[in-house]
Design a protein. Structure first.
Lengths: 94, 146
């Protein structure tokens, strides 16, 4: 399992302004995300149990939620760059 | 010496089979051993690191618009793989809506039919994939893996 993204490196530059370089600490959000995730997993587990008892074919909300967190964790290394005559934006997930 | 081979030779020594029959049996034995030991692909000698490194790690999307807007996106392949695998878990009702919306926009892809083996095949195929679009208005789009 890979580590979740820790830093969002954001650079914004334009000809008429000072360039901005921000290191956004995503790791500070992870404790909150973890708390929310545990809460949501509990709700999903109950929902899946009810759906299973009712005989519904789809009862995978818990797995869906867990995999969604795994997808978030795989975002490390994503780079998005946008530029035109007025602005250049560079966003990297570390 | 293997058990089968010594048995054939003892049958020959006991005079129960002729030399020609023993030869045929030994040939058949060798052939069956060769087929069983044949590897699925060419053998890999030495460090497999360079081969692993040759696999694509990122999906690149580059858009150069005629009006000067440029977009450059680099996405890890593992993210693409995880995202595609996630589609198999989306609730059917939500998946129907996604499919309907995509078909309204000219992309008739049914994500509910995606299976894990299809995803692995798709990811493997990305290595050789390159999409180049040159629009009439001068926009260019390039999608490739490296």
């Amino acid at each position: 399992m890979s580590l979740p993204p820790m830093i969002l490196d954001l650079r914004v530059a334009s000809p008429d302004r000072r360039p901005v370089h921000l290191w956004l600490p995503l790791f500070l959000l992870w404790p909150f995300a973890l708390a929310l995730g545990v809460l949501a997993l509990g709700v999903a587990l109950v929902a899946d149990g009810v759906l299973l008892l009712r005989g519904r074919r789809y009862h995978h909300y818990t797995v869906l939620l867990a995999r969604s967190f795994a997808v978030l964790g795989e975002t490390r290394g994503t780079v998005i760059r946008f530029s035109n005559e007025k602005t250049a934006i560079d966003m990297t997930v570390h | 010496m293997s058990e089968e081979r010594s048995r054939i030779l003892s049958l020959l020594a006991g005079g129960k089979i002729t030399a020609a029959e023993a030869e045929r049996l030994l040939d058949a034995l060798e052939a069956s051993k060769g087929a069983a030991a044949e590897p699925a692909g060419p053998p890999i000698h030495g460090d497999p690191g360079p081969l692993i490194a040759a696999l694509p790690r990122y999906l690149y999307v580059k858009v150069l618009a005629a009006n000067g807007d440029n977009v450059d996106v680099k996405i890890p392949i593992v993210l693409v793989r995880s995202g595609l695998k996630l589609t198999s878990l989306i609730p059917p009702l939500a998946m129907d809506k996604i499919n309907d919306t995509m078909s309204e926009h000219g992309m008739s892809v049914d994500f509910s039919n995606f299976k894990p083996e299809d995803i692995d095949e798709l990811i493997g195929g990305l290595r050789d994939m390159e999409v180049n679009v040159d629009a009439k208005n001068g926009d260019t789009v390039r999608v490739y893996c490296a």
